[in-house]
Ligand binder design. Structure first.
Ligand SMILES: Cc1cc2nc3c(=O)[nH]c(=O)nc-3n(C[C@H](O)[C@H](O)[C@H](O)COP(=O)(O)OP(=O)(O)OC[C@H]3O[C@@H](n4cnc5c(N)ncnc54)[C@H](O)[C@@H]3O)c2cc1C
Length: 315
């Protein structure tokens, strides 16, 4: 058995829209990319049945089917897609240095360039009824799913800028938006609070949490509880938007790559370059602003082009 460590030109970590788009571009540039998919092959979109806003699908598509299309396209140009987790990284800080990673705590691989597209994970409340109804009326993305609730009543859970933004976005589409805020005040900026307060069809309930999401297969309402008095009441809604934040999947890179105070990777200017030469970041892992499949794909393309230019400059 050979002990030789595999050396590749381009390693892509993560198999969401950013990773697969990077793979398509890197493979077509003859960088012979190897992708490790992680546990969630296809990324976040595999948790949704309806994707209506990705260009090129006039009738919308199923999230899992769409990610299978992206995988097939990446493989068509020779991407080596492998199931596995990157569990350790040892990046060289030299220009042209060799980066080392460990797969599944067992196999070491060396790479000239690395594209990180490990995404972000939406936070949920953790209630059984909420988890059961994800995709059946419970969502963590108003931009993605708001349209399906046109003319209907919905609830938004959260108190920060994202929650306020989601509530005002939904107020343009839905009949009524009820915001449930756990504390007696909102965390959102004054400007965002002002926008919420002046929007006629948003009602904010303070000191209020969800006790249970109601409905068997689809959301029919929520049972709200006042955390000061213990009083419960039902609110009839068809959509429940959880807007309590996301966790970027960057644990692996702590102390290695520059991150902001919420753990998102920092990229330089309009590029996908991290602070380490030859290591690039694309998709939700470096974007807490837009978090869409199409923007993730766009930065995936950029990362492959940045990696190709980096290698070209070394020759
Ligand atoms: C329920 C839901 C519905 C959505 N609907 C829409 C929609 O309709 N339209 C839209 O544009 N956007 C939608 N989004 C948002 C969209 O899914 C994300 O913006 C997009 O998937 C981000 O892509 P990404 O490639 O950055 O990462 P992700 O899709 O998050 O993929 C991350 C990948 O990294 C892998 N990974 C993580 N850690 C490791 C590791 N250590 N080693 C190897 N691999 C790793 C994971 O397995 C996964 O494959 C939705 C999101 C959710 C949750």
């Amino acid at each position: 058995m050979s002990n030789t460590v595999e050396r590749i030109k381009c390693l892509i970590i993560g198999s969401g829209p950013a990773g697969y788009t990077a793979a398509i571009y890197a493979a077509r540039a003859d960088m012979k990319p190897v992708m490790y998919t992680g546990m969630q092959m296809g990324g976040q979109l595999t948790t949704t049945t309806e994707v209506d806003n990705f260009p090129g699908y006039p009738n919308g598509t199923d999230g899992t089917a769409m990610m299978e299309d992206l995988k097939n396209q990446a493989e068509r140009f020779g991407t080596d897609v492998r199931f596995g987790m990157i569990t350790k990284v040892d990046f060289s800080t030299e220009v042209g240095g060799i980066h080392k990673v460990v797969v599944d705590e067992a196999t070491e691989i060396e790479a000239n360039t690395i594209i990180i597209s490990t995404g972000a994970t939406a936070k949920y409340l953790g209630l059984e009824s909420e988890q059961r109804l994800i995709g059946g009326g419970v969502s963590a993305c108003a931009t993605c799913d708001g349209f399906f609730y046109k003319g209907q009543d919905v609830v938004v859970v959260g108190a920060g800028d994202t929650a306020a933004e989601e509530a005002t976005y939904l107020a343009n589409i839905c009949s009524k938006v009820t915001m449930l805020v756990r504390k007696d005040h909102m965390r959102a900026s004054k400007a965002m609070q002002h926008r919420v307060n002046k929007t006629q069809n948003i009602e904010v309930l303070f000191n209020t949490e969800i006790d249970e999401v109601l409905g068997d297969n689809v959301v029919e309402g929520v049972r709200a509880v006042n955390n000061q008095t213990g009083d419960k009441h039902d609110i009839a809604v068809t959509g429940v938007f959880i807007a309590i934040g996301h966790t970027p999947n960057t644990q692996l890179f702590k102390g290695v790559l520059d991150m902001d105070d919420t753990g998102y990777l920092i990229t330089k200017g309009k590029s996908t370059k991290t602070n380490v030469p030859g290591v690039f970041a694309a998709g939700d892992v470096q974007d807490k602003e837009y978090r869409q499949a199409v923007t993730a794909a766009g930065t995936g393309c950029m990362a492959a082009l940045d990696a190709e230019r980096y290698l070209g400059a070394l020759e």
